[in-house]
Design a protein around this ligand. Structure first.
Ligand code: PHE
Length: 349
């Protein structure tokens, strides 16, 4: 019996000695199998218990249990030490410098026409105008007829308008709107005066494209209807907005112009923002830059939407946003806006 106890104690001593040599998780596991495993040296030694007599067994059993507990405890301590060390090394190797700048993410930017549109909306909002939208696929009725554009007007020419195949109904034929002016009709049909709106959006004309013409372009419409609205209000409003967009020194002028839905009608110019009216390349030496069309809403148009022209009057204007963007950013070809060339678009970020 003392042989067995001695064997257990020797086993404990050598096993504890070799435990210190296990320096990583693998060699530690090998140690566990060799010593504590089902066929390990402890199990092997404990087979000797069977040869002892009944009164020898308790004592030997006690020693066996103590040795087993001691080996298991030492194993656990060693395992934890090694795991901590492994973790420490991992953390050291994977060290992150959280103060490093983040890798740059490409960021989109607003399209130049969107920027101008928002500026115009902002300038008009301060004067109490709401921005509304209308459909790009429009009834012939709203795009032409109710705007007092007679059936034989050249604007309806198949050359100028994109008609929708098979698109006809209560509003006549369907087409891609050629101007934002149909939003005037839609607004006046839906609301009683006083009305103060602008309507930005895309418009389409079946045109040969060149540096100043695109088949798709953007307009912004303005409409103000109330009692006692005059052309002076139109002039004051356009002057105020022009100054927000192109600088405080801008003056505007009206030239006679014809649009079937206004009377009187005008072409609107502003003093050139590059030369301040003295004459330069941008204004073609005239000192003036064309902004768009405007005028007093034609009494027939008011009557068409059920607004009494003897009680109410109104003004309207319409202009091209690409043109504004070209003037503001010095762009000389309208086609650049819709080429989707990132080298162009990135210049506006
Ligand atoms: N709709 C006209 C155009 O596209 C512009 C305009 C709008 C003129 C409102 C007068 C009043 O040319």
């Amino acid at each position: 019996m003392s042989d067995l106890i001695r064997a257990l104690e020797t086993l404990e001593e050598t096993a504890l000695g070799s435990l210190d040599g296990a320096s990583d998780v693998d060699s530690l596991e090998r140690w566990r199998l060799l010593v504590l495993g089902r066929r390990g040296s402890l199990a092997e030694t404990l087979k000797g218990l069977g040869t002892l007599t009944a009164d020898q067994r308790p004592k030997a059993g006690q020693v066996a249990n103590r040795v087993k507990a001691s080996l298991e405890a030492s194993f656990a301590v060693r395992l934890e030490t090694i795991q901590k060390e492994v973790r420490r090394l991992e953390l050291g190797a994977e060290r992150l410098d959280v103060t490093l700048p983040a890798s740059p993410r490409p960021r989109g930017s607003l399209h130049p026409v969107t920027k101008i549109r928002r500026e115009i909306e902002g300038a008009f909002a301060r004067l109490g105008f709401t921005s509304v939208e209308g459909p790009e696929v429009e009834w012939d009725q709203y795009n032409f007829t109710m705007l007092n554009i007679p059936p034989d007007h050249p604007a309806r020419d198949i050359q100028d308008s994109f008609y929708i195949d098979g698109g006809s109904g209560t509003g006549g034929e369907m087409l891609l709107r050629t101007q934002t002016s149909p939003v005037q009709i839609r607004t006046m049909l839906a609301h009683k005066p006083p009305i103060r709106i602008i309507a930005p959006g895309r418009t389409y004309r079946n045109e040969a494209t060149d540096a100043s013409h695109e088949a798709m372009f953007t307009q912004v419409e303005g409409l103000c209807v109330d009692r006692n609205v005059t052309m002076a209000d139109l002039r004051g409003t356009l002057t105020a907005v022009t100054r927000v967009l192109f600088g405080p020194d801008r003056e505007i002028r009206f030239r006679c112009g014809y649009f079937p839905f206004v009377e009187p009608g005008a072409e609107v110019d502003m003093t050139c923002h590059v030369c301040n009216g003295r004459g330069c390349r941008v204004c073609k030496r005239t000192g003036w830059i064309e902004l768009g069309g405007a005028g007093m809403v034609h009494p027939k148009v008011l009557a068409n939407v059920g607004i009494d022209p003897s009680v109410y009057s109104g003004w309207a204007f319409g202009c091209g946003l690409e043109r504004f963007a070209m003037l503001r950013y010095g762009i000389d070809d309208i086609r650049l806006f819709y080429d989707n060339d990132l080298r162009f678009l990135r210049q506006f970020s």
